[in-house]
Ligand binder design. Structure first.
Ligand code: HEM
Ligand SMILES: *[C@@H]1O[C@H](CO)[C@@H](O)[C@H](O)[C@H]1NC(C)=O
Ligand SMILES: *[C@@H]1O[C@H](CO)[C@@H](O)[C@H](O)[C@H]1NC(C)=O
Ligand SMILES: *[C@@H]1O[C@H](CO)[C@@H](O)[C@H](O)[C@H]1NC(C)=O
Length: 326
């Protein structure tokens, strides 16, 4: 506990040097003093009812930031003339936690109307979700503004679970994130779940010559096949899920340990062992969970600052699901 506390204090120094002048820690201190406390309260109460909202919200932050930057665009609903990001292929039925953001927004609008952006709510809620699942705390720099555009077609920027190492490195580089950030961020798969359809090609349809991915631990593959039969009626296709880890609501280094047992769930997870530099970084994290958590926090801060709108760009949405009327 003391060690964690010391680290948190050290981190406050490390992080403040990275933060761009445009986003500020304590941004709402005068504008809406209880903003962070309200968001934390909403996330915590929702987590008590359904722990799954924590991984859900962490993933929402990633998917928001990879498409048009961290501008809350994933929160917008589709309209008759526009299919929004949330209905794009990597999102659709797999995302969760949106209603938590709605509850937080409603409570914030009641006390400080038009002040706290949806993009910032998501950034705070992602941090709170990490802390609730046992990760380290960090100060979130705020001042993000909400975008007015959300297009399902742009979700192609979100990497696919069938990507190889070069493809995932490139996809993170396209967003200004380093290979090091990428290796640390993928550890987020220490929490949460996956639908069967996100990985069953590895079990039944790997290539023209092999049904099963030879890079997948055969015992783990057997387990996955039991949980995820090859052919599923549509209703089960949309509801059958597996946990990505033995401790799905606990942030720990087991994600990296699993990789060395060839038990990474996605091709993109297992790909971290495909180069010397990435596999060495994964080995360090597997051996030292605290080293991973410290890097994970730094990488989450980098992630949460991708292409943010600030100043008088964008707007502060009144409802996170719809853009403001002009
Ligand atoms: C190469 C990069 C990545 C790929 C290909 C990828 C892919 C996926 C897929 C396919 C799922 C399962 C969705 C489902 O079927 O329900 C998932 C879940 C998840 N991902 Fe990733 N992901 C990547 C990176 C990240 C990053 C950077 C983060 C956060 C920092 C993240 C956080 C999560 C979380 C927390 C879940 C669990 C969601 C839940 O339980 O609702 N992922 N990811
Ligand atoms: C198997 O994989 C091929 C190539 O990726 C794809 O075209 C085909 O639709 C897949 N079949 C099934 C049953 O998923
Ligand atoms: C299963 O559901 C996903 C998401 O809705 C869809 O993309 C996929 O095509 C479905 N697969 C089958 C075999 O129905
Ligand atoms: C985060 O971004 C900074 C500035 O671009 C960079 O120096 C650093 O390596 C990145 N990653 C981490 C984990 O700090």
């Amino acid at each position: 506990m003391l060690l964690k506390l010391t680290l948190v204090m050290m981190m406050a120094c490390i992080t403040s040097s990275h933060i761009e002048a445009t986003l500020q820690v304590g941004f709402y201190r005068d504008k809406c003093p209880f903003a962070e406390a309200i968001i934390k309260d909403v996330v915590k109460k929702s987590f008590i009812i359904n722990q799954g909202i924590a991984p859900g919200i962490v993933r929402l932050q990633f998917h928001d930031c990879f498409v048009r930057g961290c501008d809350g665009s994933i929160l917008l609903d589709s309209t008759p003339i526009n299919q929004a990001e949330k209905d794009g292929p990597p999102n659709g039925i797999t995302i969760r936690g949106l209603e938590v953001i709605d509850i937080a927004k409603a409570r914030l609008e009641a006390v400080c109307k038009g002040v706290v952006s949806c993009a910032d709510i998501l950034a705070f809620a992602a941090r709170d979700s990490v802390v609730l699942t046992g990760g380290l705390y960090w100060d979130v720099a705020a001042g993000r503004r909400d975008g007015r555009i959300s297009r399902a077609s742009e979700t192609v920027d979100i990497p696919s679970p069938s990507f190889n190492l070069n493809q995932i490195i490139q996809s993170f580089a396209n967003k200004g994130l380093t290979q090091g950030d990428m290796v640390a961020l993928l550890g987020a798969h220490t929490i949460g779940r996956s639908h069967c359809f996100s990985f069953t090609d590895r079990l039944y349809n790997y290539s023209t010559r092999m049904m099963q991915d030879p890079n997948l631990n055969p015992y783990y593959a057997e387990l996955l096949k039991q949980r995820c039969p090859r052919v599923l009626p549509q209703i089960l296709n949309e509801t059958l899920v597996v946990f990505m880890n033995q401790s799905p609501y606990l942030i720990d280094q087991s994600y990296y340990e699993n990789l060395f047992e060839h038990a990474g769930l996605f091709i993109s997870d297992q790909a971290l062992l495909d180069s010397q530099t990435t596999s060495q970084q994964a080995a360090i994290y597997a051996a030292n969970g605290l080293a991973w958590e410290v890097d994970f926090v730094k990488a989450m801060i980098n992630l949460s600052q991708i292409q943010v709108l600030t100043g008088n760009q964008g707007e502060i949405r009144a409802n996170c699901r719809v853009i403001n009327p002009y």
